[in-house]
Design a binder for this molecule. Structure first.
Ligand SMILES: CSC[C@H]1O[C@H](OP(=O)(O)O)[C@H](O)[C@@H]1O
Length: 343
């Protein structure tokens, strides 16, 4: 279930807006198609957005037909700027674009053809590294999951949201592969249903027991002692450990605290933004009102009803039991420990 695949001379993106019923890839021959795919969530999930954007930069480089080094850099930098405007919250997008920009500059002096191939190789390396980080994260994180645990997760932080294996779902996969008979409760995750459409699909494909619940059922499931821990992904984590993640995550963290349930956040180094001191500084994407007024193309609200549609919320660090990262499990105090481990 690769969300992102390079095929000879173009990029394939699994169209996640069509899952779970249709498994279809879109062909990307330029960075404009990649930018649109990110904006409309054909590809989504913080690390996957970064990796897709990196390949968008590679496509811009490969599509240059001239022989001027200055013009080549100008066109690739324009693609980087275009891709940076797609979605504001997941820092992985900007982390990936910054890396590709620095790499572009590091290739100065080589022939344009050599630069084009090197930039493509850098995007491929970024994708492979992300999957390897997820597998490392899974190995660390599964040690926190008890045998036969009930695990609740929100949105989709799986293979579809990353370069493969997943962050939160990567930890779940690793626990399952370690023989722990865990069961998962997946929040459907309104309004775009990443949990119902994507997480349930991923876990069922892997034979991992999953029960789909509506977002409003989480408290009742916890009250019945069916949940031993919560594990989610992240889109941006600031220096003090505040966490931006899919809307609804903050409420889950409050519920977990109220029920004495551990609340873990799984994220690779590319999700940490130590330049921001707290979650108050994280830009929160607001998306189209139609996403809330409709469901699967059916209107479910008055056509003109006003809508507020923030795509993310921020969970204060006080509610995070620990971060599961590719560099180990990081406990509080986060300001000190993130600086030490996540530079
Ligand atoms: C691997 S973390 C993925 C992260 O991104 C999701 O948001 P979206 O589906 O809008 O890209 C959600 O916040 C997940 O936790």
């Amino acid at each position: 279930m690769d969300a992102i695949r390079w095929q000879e001379d173009h990029l394939l993106l699994l169209d996640q807006t069509k899952l779970p019923l249709v498994e279809e890839y879109i062909e990307c021959w330029d960075h404009y198609v990649v930018a649109r795919a990110i904006k409309i969530l054909q590809v989504r999930g913080a690390p996957a957005i970064g990796a897709a954007a990196a390949f968008g930069v590679a496509l811009a480089a490969l599509n240059y037909q001239g022989d001027s080094a200055e013009e080549f850099e100008r066109e690739v930098n324009q693609a980087i700027d275009d891709l940076a405007k797609t979605r504001p919250t997941a820092v992985n997008l900007f982390w990936a674009l910054t890396r590709m920009k620095a790499f572009l500059e590091s290739t100065r002096g080589s022939s344009i053809e050599d630069r084009q191939q090197a930039i493509l190789a850098e995007a491929q390396a970024l994708l492979a590294e992300d999957k390897a980080m997820n597998e490392q994260m899974g190995a660390y994180g599964q040690t926190l999951i008890p045998e036969s645990a009930g695990v609740l997760t929100h949105c989709n932080a799986g293979a579809l949201a990353t370069g493969g294996f997943g962050t939160a779902l990567g930890v779940i996969r690793a626990a399952h592969q370690a023989g722990k008979e865990i069961s998962v409760f997946a929040d459907e995750t309104r309004p775009l249903l990443q949990g119902a459409r994507l997480t349930a699909w991923e876990l069922m494909k892997d034979g991992i027991p999953v029960t789909l619940i509506t977002d409003s059922m989480a408290a009742y499931v916890m009250k019945q002692k069916l949940v031993d821990l919560v594990i989610v992904g992240a889109d941006r984590i600031t220096a003090n450990g505040d966490v931006a993640n899919k809307i609804g995550t903050y409420g889950l963290a409050l519920l977990a605290k109220a029920h004495g349930i551990p609340f873990y956040v799984a994220a690779p180094v590319s999700t940490f933004d130590l330049s921001l001191q707290s979650g108050d500084e994280i830009p929160i994407e607001e998306r189209d009102s139609e996403e809330v007024r409709t469901l699967g193309g059916t209107t479910t609200a008055p056509l003109e009803v006003p809508v507020y549609n923030p795509s993310f919320d921020v969970t204060p660090h006080q509610y995070v039991t620990a971060f599961i990262t590719d560099r180990g499990i990081i406990q509080a105090p986060y300001l000190e420990n993130l600086q030490k481990h996540m530079k």
